[in-house]
Design a protein around this ligand. Structure first.
Ligand code: NAD
Length: 240
């Protein structure tokens, strides 16, 4: 199958890269479902919800502050860099579930952040949004309107920003190749993106050391890490 895809590479014009926490694991950012993914003995799946936020906003803010510090000092790895290079050979759109901004830091030009950004905040009530994260004098910080500010990320159970999701579906529905990296594909609706691509007869490649819910639907599965295999995959484009 690898050879078959290699043969078709010349015809590939539109590539969609779907990424999850695993693509940043080699930059030192823990995944949610990996063995290294726990923080202070709390379950991230139970912290990243609006219910958790209202129950203990201080705890959730502390968790995001700690994650933000880790992310701020993280550098893109060979996987992120290889995806940037892919732009030399085709139109590349990245649909990422990550909130770490590492694709942009690496230099990718077309990134849709499906789950928002840890570098942004918004008000829980009014329309205030900002990318100015300062050292707040109190946690949780308050908006000028008097209500609590929160990270501008999509929590479990929340809807994705409509415009971002609409664009994501459109891109997934028109690509020739979808490369899916470092996602367990259990978070909805991002896990439906491969289905949209398949409807357009796109080839699907999964890069993940572990099996996922959708591995059986893939045309090619590479059981390697992003930093290991992406530079090799990109070299095939170079040779063609
Ligand atoms: P997940 O934690 O559910 O799954 C991570 C997947 O990555 C697993 O399938 C694992 O096998 C794979 N993986 C681990 N190391 C890898 C590597 N080096 N290379 C390739 N694959 C590797 O992550 P998810 O599917 O993205 O869903 C979790 C949610 O958590 C998302 O909404 C995401 O926004 C959020 N999250 C984001 C970050 C980040 O921004 N870096 C980090 C943790 C969680």
């Amino acid at each position: 199958m690898f050879e078959e895809i290699t043969k078709q590479i010349k015809e590939i014009k539109e590539i969609v890269v779907v990424t999850g926490a695993g693509v940043s694991q080699e930059s030192g950012i823990p995944t949610f479902r990996g063995k290294d993914g726990f923080w202070k003995n709390y379950n991230p799946m139970k912290l990243a919800t609006i219910e958790a936020f209202y129950e203990n906003p201080k705890l959730v803010w502390e968790w995001y502050n700690e994650r933000r510090e880790n992310i701020f000092s993280a550098k893109p790895n060979q996987g992120h860099k290889a995806i940037v290079e892919l732009e030399k050979y085709a139109t590349v759109t990245i649909l990422t579930q990550n909130i770490d901004g590492l694709h942009q830091k690496a230099g990718s030009s077309n990134v849709f952040e499906l789950h928002g950004s840890i570098m942004k905040i918004k008000c829980t009530v009014c329309n205030f949004k900002s990318s100015q994260i300062e050292k707040f004098s109190q946690i949780p910080p308050l908006c000028k309107c008097g209500n609590m500010l929160r990270p501008d990320v999509v929590w479990f159970g929340e809807s994705l920003p409509q415009d971002v999701w609409k664009n994501a579906i459109a891109k997934a529905s028109q690509c020739d190749l979808m490369i899916i990296i470092g996602t367990s594909l259990v978070v909805s609706p991002a896990n439906t993106l491969p289905i949209y691509a398949k409807q357009n007869s796109a080839k699907l490649i999964e890069i993940n050391p572990e099996k996922t819910e959708m591995s059986s639907k893939m045309d090619l599965v590479l059981r390697k890490t992003g930093a290991e295999i992406l530079p090799k995959l990109i070299s095939i484009f170079k040779e063609n």
